[in-house]
Ligand binder design. Sequence first.
Ligand code: NAD
Length: 260
Amino acid sequence: MLKGKTAVVTGSTSGIGLGVAKALAQQGASVMINGFGEAKEIEALRLSLERLSGAPAAYQDADMSKPGEAAAMIMAAELTLGKVDILVNNAGIQHVSPIEEFPADKWDMILAVNLSSSFHTIRAALPGMRARGWGRILNIASTHGLVASVNKSAYVAAKHGLIGLTKTVALETATTGITCNAICPGWVLTPLVQKQIDALASHQRMTEGEAKAKLLAEKQPSHDFATPEQIGGIAVFLCSDAADQIRGASLTVDGGWTAQ
Ligand code: NAD
């Protein structure tokens, strides 16, 4: 379905971003991945994406907390892959702490990576999409873009902001072939969530299994994690012709979290 299309997925060396990159490659898209990790492992991922898609795959180590690097990555993708048809803003980090103790530098970093980087990549990618008359912008927000939880002030503020940015870009492109939407996962078992499970287990002297069950029971009525593969499937759907009139939406994938 995506043969001949190119995609940039930020923060795609693990977790949800990797799930999305694989799903797009499986549909034939040429993908540029980004994020931190071991050079050898990243090269193995890049090669596996080429095998999946039968098209070139690339990697850029741009740091999404740095505006210049975020914009430069889009230009690098245009040079290396020829164009950017699909932009998935996925890079994200978390810090959990009551606001009085929340370090100011962590606030700045979370806002930079989880929100501002999307402004910079969208701003750089839109002119090319407009010139070609087609584009898909997917912002990986969160249930925390729709509702809050304690001790996540920066994350919740950034994700609410990302949903606002999504709606604005969708309106600015409403009469074009470019759509902009947000995906709002609940708990997905990735390294980002594993850290929170480990912290809960050690803080409350629980086993890992008990900590997982507690996290799910508190928020996710399905009592089950969503998977990176499922988020990848939704990204593919949003890139399809069937999704042409889905604009400025926030699609929840949260086992019922926000239905409560
Ligand atoms: P993860 O920690 O597994 O992956 C994060 C990715 O971002 C990695 O590839 C990492 O290298 C990269 N990254 C981190 N900082 C970066 C930076 N400064 N520049 C470039 N890349 C950077 O996390 P995940 O759980 O897969 O989360 C991915 C996105 O999904 C995030 O935006 C997160 O907020 C969102 N999300 C996750 C969940 C969940 O339950 N896991 C739920 C809702 C939303």
